[in-house]
Every structure is written in structure tokens, then in C-alpha cells.
Design a protein around this ligand. Structure first.
Ligand code: SDX
Length: 390
């Protein structure tokens, strides 16, 4: 018997869960949020509208959408004492660790978020606060890492315009928003918004199932996402591509390393627990990578290296036999890099995109009053034995 653990996230002891939020077909490469395909949503929607859809289950009317955006823009400021906590972090601390700490600290400044049985209005307020404050907190981490002053939100801007300005604006000059960058980020965050019971979403559900607050459940999700096998892969992909570039673009050497059973190296951005033919998100992002770099007039050798790597791997028996294809992380970092984000911020961008999905699943789990998660196991240890007589 292997040490099998079925992760029961609170519904039935089936090892799987039920959810109305996201549909994913790994064989056919289908991904839908509340029934709408990611292709349609990328084409016609915005990240803010997709956030509303995931959290509320339906696309908003014009009036509902305006109220949602206003409710969020009212909470973009962070309590000034959170900055005192933030000031204690070293400038080179990894942004994901700082972010999860600051999100947890929100429970201290908004204690009403702790009440497990609070009324729906307080749930909405708690949700709006978190959606509003995450971009502000994320931008702080970047600004401090480069020794620039922290920027305050500007509520007349859209959600992502505001984030871009807090990230790249300076108090000494006007920041010129580039619609190409804002649109590219909008599409990327739509593609990251939810993904069924992935490692970090399951973590949010498990923590939320004990009736811990949304903030600490999401902080736990941020920490799970940080791992290089999960969201941390988008940073690891760029580091791998830069490594290949430094080695004269020798993709064959890295393909051989990835195939070597004695070498722990894996082709980052390749493979998936569920997608066994292709990751539909990777297809869309690859197309956008070409378009964004061309619009920006950037010729990044890493994009050609990535394409060459994909080409070689897809025609290699090892990857074919194991059904390993590029996943969402394989091309996303190339766009983030072209937009000016440093690699340490890539997984923070993944968290920003995944936030609505985490919230939607935490809310669904609470609304259905799922029981506390209590995974079981198959015991493989010693049988009963008496303590040896001295
Ligand atoms: C995300 O779950 C989600 O939905 C996640 C996500 C989301 O939106 O939330 O989609 C986001 O996390 C995408 C994945 C990002 N991670 C990476 O790109 C890291 C590199 N990929 C892998 O480590 C791996 O593919 C996983 C973790 C993604 C999936 O692991 P699996 O399905 O458990 O595969 P496995 O570890 O059981 O490997 C099966 C075989 C093994 O070979 P053998 O032992 O059979 O000889 O495939 C090999 C593995 O060694 N393998 C790889 C490989 N991935 C699997 N070999 C080389 N390079 C790889 N990337």
C-alpha cells in the first residue's frame, strides 16, 4: 500500500470535490469560468469583469459592474501602520513572502474579517478590501526593492491602470499609461484567474474550511503558489531560458538534462497534473507574446529560445510518452519581462490574477457550509509494539 492520501477538501470522502466555479477538461484542453470559455472572456471581457463573474456566478449588469468597481476603488489605500510592518522587511526579501505576511496582517487592521458568521454585507466588504489592497501591497514590494518611493493609488484610474502606475510611476513626473501593456496584463490575469482545485486553491479551501478568515486563507494560498512546481514556475522558466541563452542557446543540452533520470532538473513551464494534451492558456499566451513584443518593438532572444525548446520537446519521445506540454507558465514570463516586471515579481502577478478564483472558491465553500477539511491516510508504519523492558 502506498502512503496514499486522498485530499478531502470538505465535501465527501471521494478524494475529489464539487464546485460550480470553474470547468476544466484536461484531455480536450477546455477551461471555462462559470460556463464562459477563457477564449471568449479574453476576447470580450476584462479582468475586473471576470473577477465579478467568478465571485458572483454571473456577468454583471452595467449598474452592478459600476458598483463593484466603485466598492473596490474605495478600499485601495492600506492602513498607514501596515507600512510600519512593511518597513521591517529587507529590500531584497522575496515579494511572495512579504505579500503573504502583509495580507495576513490585514486581519489585525480589519478584525471584522475574523467573524466566521458575519453577515453577507461584511463578507462583500472583506472581499472588496482584499481585491483593492493586493495591487497596492504588491507595488510596495517592488518599489522598495529598487529604492523608489511607494506610490499611492489613484482611484480615477482602472484597476490595472492603477496597478501599473503604482508599479512604474514616479512622484516626480507624469506616468504615461501604455494601453498595450495594460491590455496585455488584463488578458494574462484573465487567464490566471482560476483553475479548479490546483494546489493553491485547494490550500485556500482547506484553510477556509476551519472558518479561518479570507485573509489568512488567501495568505496560505499565496504561500502555496510560491513553490517552483506551482506558480513559482513562471519565474523559474525565465531563469531557465536565461541559462540556456548564456549557454549559447543550446536547448539540446537542457532537453537531455530534463530527460536524465539522475538529474533533478525539470523543464520549467512544461507538464501539468491535469492537461495531458495542451494547456489552452499557454496557446493564447504564446500568441500574445508574439503580438506584445512586436507592438513594443522588442526582439527578445528568450522568445525564440522558448519556441525552439517547445518545438524540440514536442517532437521528443520522452515528453510525448509523458504527455508533457507547455503550461501557463511557459510563455507568460516573456511578456511580463517585456512589460518591465522583474522576475521576482512574476509569481506576485500570478497571485494577483488568481485572487478572484481563490475568493470565489473560499466563498463557495463557506456558502455551502462545507465541513472542515480532514484528509485521511493509509497507515504504512509500524504495527502495535510494547515499550522494550529496560
Ligand atoms: C501550475 O494544478 C494546476 O492547475 C496548476 C496551474 C494553475 O493554474 O494553478 O496550472 C499552475 O502550477 C502549472 C505547473 C507549473 N510547474 C512547472 O512548470 C514545473 C515543471 N513541471 C513539473 O514539475 C510537473 O510537470 C508538474 C508538477 C507540473 C506536474 O507533475 P506531475 O503531473 O505530478 O508529473 P510527475 O511529477 O508525476 O512526472 C511524471 C513524469 C516523471 O517522469 P518518470 O518518473 O515517469 O520518468 O514526467 C516527468 C517526471 O520526471 N516530468 C518532467 C516534467 N514534468 C514531469 N520531466 C521533465 N520536465 C518536466 N517539466
Amino acid at each position: 500500500q502506498s502512503g496514499l492520501i486522498t485530499l478531502d477538501v470538505g465535501f465527501k470522502n471521494t478524494g475529489s470535490t464539487t464546485s460550480d466555479v470553474t470547468f476544466l477538461d484536461g484531455e480536450k484542453g477546455i477551461l471555462r469560468y462559470r460556463g464562459y470559455s477563457i477564449e471568449d472572456l479574453c476576447e470580450h471581457s476584462t479582468f475586473s469583469e471576470v473577477a465579478y463573474l467568478l465571485i458572483n456566478g454571473e456577468l454583471p449588469t452595467a449598474q452592478e459592474f459600476e458598483k463593484f468597481k466603485t466598492d473596490i476603488s474605495r478600499h485601495t489605500l492600506v492602513h498607514e501602520n501596515v507600512r510600519k510592518i512593511f518597513d521591517g522587511f529587507p529590500a531584497d526579501a522575496h515579494p511572495m513572502g512579504v505579500l503573504s505576511s502583509l495580507v495576513t496582517s490585514l486581519t489585525a487592521f480589519h478584525p471584522e474579517s475574523l467573524d466566521p458568521n458575519r453577515d453577507p454585507k461584511m463578507v462583500d466588504l472583506t472581499i472588496h478590501r482584499l481585491i483593492a489592497k493586493l495591487p497596492t501591497l504588491a507595488s510596495w514590494v517592488y518599489k522598495k526593492s529598487i529604492g523608489h518611493p511607494l506610490m499611492y493609488p489613484e482611484n480615477k484610474l482602472s484597476y490595472l491602470e492603477n496597478f501599473m502606475k503604482m508599479m512604474f510611476g514616479l512622484p516626480v513626473e507624469d506616468y504615461e499609461l501604455d494601453p498595450i501593456l495594460v491590455d496585455a496584463l488584463d488578458k494574462l490575469l484573465i487567464l490566471h484567474a482560476d483553475h479548479e482545485q490546483n494546489c493553491s486553491a485547494a490550500t485556500v479551501r482547506v484553510v477556509g474550511s476551519s472558518q479561518a478568515s479570507l485573509y489568512v486563507a488567501v495568505a496560505a494560498g499565496i504561500n502555496a503558489l510560491w513553490g517552483p512546481l506551482h506558480g513559482g514556475a513562471n519565474q523559474a522558466v525565465i531563469e531557465m531560458l536565461e541559462d540556456i541563452h548564456a549557454n549559447g542557446g543550446d536547448v539540446d543540452k537542457f532537453i537531455a538534462k530534463a530527460k536524465d533520470p539522475n538529474d533533478p532538473f525539470r523543464l520549467m513551464g512544461f507538464g501539468h497534473r491535469v492537461y495531458k494534451n495542451f494547456d489552452p492558456r499557454a496557446k493564447i499566451i504564446k500568441k500574445h507574446a508574439d503580438a506584445v513584443l512586436e507592438k513594443l518593438g522588442i526582439n527578445d532572444p528568450l522568445l525564440e529560445i522558448a519556441k525552439g525548446l517547445e518545438e524540440k520537446a514536442l517532437n521528443d519521445e520522452y515528453f510525448q510518452a509523458r504527455k508533457l506540454y507547455p503550461n501557463v507558465d511557459f510563455y507568460s514570463g516573456i511578456i511580463y519581462k517585456a512589460m518591465g516586471f522583474p522576475t521576482e515579481m512574476f509569481t506576485v502577478l500570478f497571485a494577483l490574477g488568481r485572487l478572484p478564483g481563490w475568493i470565489a472558491q473560499w466563498k463557495e465553500s463557506r456558502e455551502l457550509s462545507q465541513p472542515i477539511s480532514r484528509p485521511r491516510q493509509i497507515y504504512t508504519g509500524e504495527t502495535a509494539r510494547p515499550y522494550p523492558k529496560k
